[in-house]
Structure formats: structure tokens, C-alpha cells
Ligand binder design. Structure first.
Ligand SMILES: [Zn+2]
Length: 287
């Protein structure tokens, strides 16, 4: 089967065969037992614990499986329904444990399309591969995506690093970019516990070269975390985990439950340019 991924060494098309991926120049990449492929070039293999560590992946999996962020996942699926063409190829850039990826893959597959996900974190990717058996899951950097130019119709990025130029390269002209960022008061009640004087996130709408805005969709949901484990799992997922003064962490540790508001913004953008494939289309219904 022709893969959505390309060879990270020569850029050639990859065929997914029995237990491995191979390019025309015979570069070969084994499929791991869990069902993912490692497409990091050898000179990038050795960075110390690239991506998120094991404990963080476990905490995030527990939290996401609690379903608290379900409303965001539903909105992402609806946006794919609304904007994606039939049989789309979708890339989830920085897919983590694949909690969003697997849901998007369902929507895409129902429309006859295909899904790929990449992340640098191996513990996360193992979980993503198990969660998305029908998709292609690989270890790779969002800054050096193992995908061809103009190869996907939809690209999603949920709380992952933004690599706008690289996303522009792999998206087809007219393709859709779904970029999830925190809203101004995302996890406000948690920040009130952690900090003496919490600040709101800046609400911004940056223009990225080669993209135009279609809409910004707000998503808000409020829920009560019923146990200390749930609170700590959420805390661990946030950047605050790394920069909160000890007193703040202790205050959180002293709570039994926490009611918190999650606030997201889904920036929906279209990649500029006309789809060149329409020029050579033999479906002459429009003219
Ligand atoms: Zn190759």
C-alpha cells in the first residue's frame, strides 16, 4: 500500500508492506510491534528523551480518557465534516497519544479518507498507534515532516508546536489547517489555585504567510475533577507544571476536588493557492 509518509532519507514514496516501509531506493523502516514506524533520521535519533516522557504520556492518557475535553474533540470532528473534501488525507501534527487523532481518523475514514499522525515522543506514539490501528503513526518532528509537498487536505495541530512553513508545504492548495490554542481563561480556576496573581492568556490572531483565516471557533466546557489524581494529571499536562512556585503546587495538593473551565480556540485557516488538480480534472461537470 502506498503510504502517506515519504522516505526521510531521500524523500521517495514509501510502500507499506509486511512489517516495514520501503522506498524505491531500498531505504527501509521497520514497523514496531505496536504498529508505528520510526522516521527520525539517524542524526536526530540520539537526543535525550525527545518529546514527552513516559509519565507525562500516562498522565495525559488518563486525563483525556476521562473525557473532559470531549467537546473540543467533537468540534474538531465537525470542522472536518464541514471543510474537508471527500476522501481527504489528514495529518495530525504532534498527535501525542492519539486521543484526538483516533476520533478524526473515524470521521476521515467514514468519508473514504486516510489519516497519519506524527510525534517526537515514543511513549506517546506507542499509545497513538494502538489507538489508531487504521491510521499511519510515525515518530517524526513537526519541523521536518516525512510527507510530500501538497500531500494532505487537512492538517490538525492540538496544543502542539506550530511549524507554519512546514505545514504550508505539506498541505494541498486550498487545504484546511485546524490549529487549537488555549483561550484567555483556559483552566482559570486551576491558575487561581497555583498563582497569587494569575494572568489571562493573550487572545491573538496571528497571520501566517500562505494562509487565510476562515473562522475562529470558541469551545468552552466546565467540569469538576473528582479526585486528586485527576487534578494532578491535568496539572502535569500544562506548562504550569514546570514553572509553578512550590506553594502553588502545595495548595493544589490540599484540594479534594476542583471545578475548572477549559477554554479553547480552534483557528480554522485555508492554505492559499488554487488546487492544481482541478485543472486536469476529467470531471467536466463545472463547465
Ligand atoms: Zn529513500
Amino acid at each position: 500500500m502506498r503510504s502517506l509518509f515519504v522516505c526521510p532519507i531521500c524523500g521517495g514514496a514509501l510502500e507499506r508492506g509486511e512489517g516495514r516501509y520501503v522506498c524505491p531506493r531500498s531505504h527501509s523502516f521497520d514497523l514496531a510491534r505496536e504498529g508505528y514506524v520510526n522516521l527520525l533520521p539517524a542524526n536526530r535519533q540520539h537526543s535525550k528523551t525527545p518529546g514527552d516522557d513516559k509519565e507525562m504520556a500516562a498522565a495525559r492518557t488518563r486525563f483525556l480518557e476521562g473525557g473532559w475535553y470531549g467537546p473540543l474533540r467533537d468540534v474538531l470532528r465537525a470542522l472536518v465534516e464541514r471543510y474537508a473534501p471527500p476522501a481527504p488525507a489528514l495529518l495530525d501534527a504532534g498527535c501525542g497519544e492519539g486521543w484526538y487523532t483516533s476520533a478524526l481518523a473515524e470521521t476521515v475514514s467514514a468519508r473514504g479518507g486516510r489519516t497519519a499522525g506524527v510525534d517526537l515522543s515514543r511513549p506517546a506514539i506507542k499509545r497513538a498507534a494502538r489507538r489508531c490501528p487504521g491510521g499511519e503513526i510515525g515518530v517524526a518532528s513537526v519541523y521536518h515532516l516525512p510527507l510530500g509537498d501538497g500531500s494532505v487536505e487537512v492538517l490538525s495541530d492540538c496544543f502542539s508546536p506550530l511549524a507554519a512553513e512546514e505545514f504550508y508545504r505539506v498541505l494541498k492548495p486550498g487545504g484546511i489547517f485546524l490549529y487549537v490554542v488555549p483561550g484567555p481563561r483556559h483552566l482559570w480556576e486551576l491558575k487561581q489555585v497555583l498563582y497569587e496573581k494569575p494572568y489571562e492568556n493573550e487572545e491573538k490572531r496571528e497571520e501566517y504567510a500562505g494562509f487565510r483565516y476562515l473562522e475562529v471557533v470558541p469551545v468552552e466546557t466546565r467540569f469538576t475533577l473528582p479526585s486528586r489524581q485527576d487534578m494532578m494529571d491535568l496539572y502535569r499536562m500544562t506548562p504550569y507544571f514546570w514553572k509553578t512556585p512550590k506553594a502553588g503546587t502545595e495548595r493544589l495538593g490540599g484540594l479534594e476536588t476542583l471545578t475548572v473551565t477549559a477554554q479553547f480556540r480552534v483557528h480554522v485557516m485555508e492554505r492559499n493557492g488554487t488546487a492544481s488538480s482541478s485543472v486536469i480534472s476529467n470531471q467536466s461537470t463545472d463547465w
